[in-house]
Design a protein around this ligand. Sequence first.
Ligand code: MD3
Ligand code: FE
Length: 199
Amino acid sequence: EALEIRGVRVFRGALDRPSQEALVEAIRALARAAPPFSPVTRWGRPMSVRMTAAGRYGWFSDRRGYRYVDRHPSGRPWPAIPAPVLEIWRAIAGLDRAPDCCLVNYYGEGARMGLHQDRDEADFDWPVVSVSLGDAALFRVGGAERGGSTESIWLQSGDLAVLGGAARLAYHGIDRIRFGSSDLLPKGGRINLTLRVVD
Ligand code: MD3
Ligand code: FE
């Protein structure tokens, strides 16, 4: 049922079109409460991906570095994680703990995310669940060490991925999106949701 690439389990087309539309609607409301921003890396460069979040924590970056914070840059707490998003986590991760963070990544034309590890969370035994919406994206994944070989796969709207076990510390990134390849988002682009247990 799931296709596997470097230990990353990808559930192709797991979400039907109405489910995808419902998620987009929920994210629209979320983004009104917590407007997306471009995090600045510790080298002072704004990322091409715009971000916001829901839940107890959101991810943030500035010249002081990367970290989880309990407030949006506006000073307000992050909005609650939408119910249909929690439902995906429950169905696919099968855990009795709810995620602390739903990170929302927006990829406009030309946006990308360089190879990195996700290691700002306290416990790597918890999986990360990813939901792709909108334009197709070229996802690259390698091993737990920088500089090793990598494999790539196009993630499509409605795909889910579960990053657990050894793959939890794999280097990964998004090389590019195929802008305009999906009609899910009225302005094009891609949204990726990642659900995480933070602490
Ligand atoms: C593999 N996001 O937010 S999702 C990120 O599509 C991030 O926006 C990408 O990498 C995106 O940190 C990729 C798939 C994903 C998420 C977390 C992972 C793959 C992962 C953690 C470990 C290994
Ligand atoms: Fe990541």
